[in-house]
Design a protein around this ligand. Structure first.
Ligand code: FES
Length: 122
């Protein structure tokens, strides 16, 4: 039986600058994996922070529009679906639902967004 992880408040609106991200520690979010919460073009997104190619923090990558580029080997991921958009990454990044409650940003760890890509795409 799977255990539902409770949503957690991660920040207030305005705490994450445009094209920036914050990392929610795996121990704090209940999944055991660090999760990056991104803000880009007025939208919030969340992906597993660790690149699916090797060990790099996607929160340290380049965020533009609906994509993030890994800072190590430049694989790009869709912030919307987690899809790996180019090599060397071929495995999608896990998505997590983000919800705004008034001025508060809430993360639903382990709850994928609608339309999340879970299969190899590149
Ligand atoms: S570690 Fe991200 S592309 Fe290689």
């Amino acid at each position: 039986m799977s255990t539902q992880i409770e949503p957690i408040k991660v920040a207030d609106v305005g705490d994450i600058e445009d094209e920036e991200a914050l990392v929610v520690d795996g121990a704090a979010n209940g999944t055991g994996r660090d999760i990056a919460v991104f803000f880009s073009d007025g939208q919030y997104y969340a992906l597993d922070d660790t690149c699916t190619h090797e060990e790099a923090s996607l929160a340290d990558g380049w965020i533009e529009g609906e994509e993030v580029e890994c800072p190590i080997h430049s694989a790009r991921f869709s912030l919307c679906t987690g899809a790996a958009l180019c090599l060397p990454a071929s495995i999608p990044a896990r998505t997590h639902k983000v919800e705004l409650r008034g001025d508060e940003i809430w993360l639903h760890p382990g709850v994928p967004v609608e339309g999340a890509v879970t299969e190899v795409t590149a």
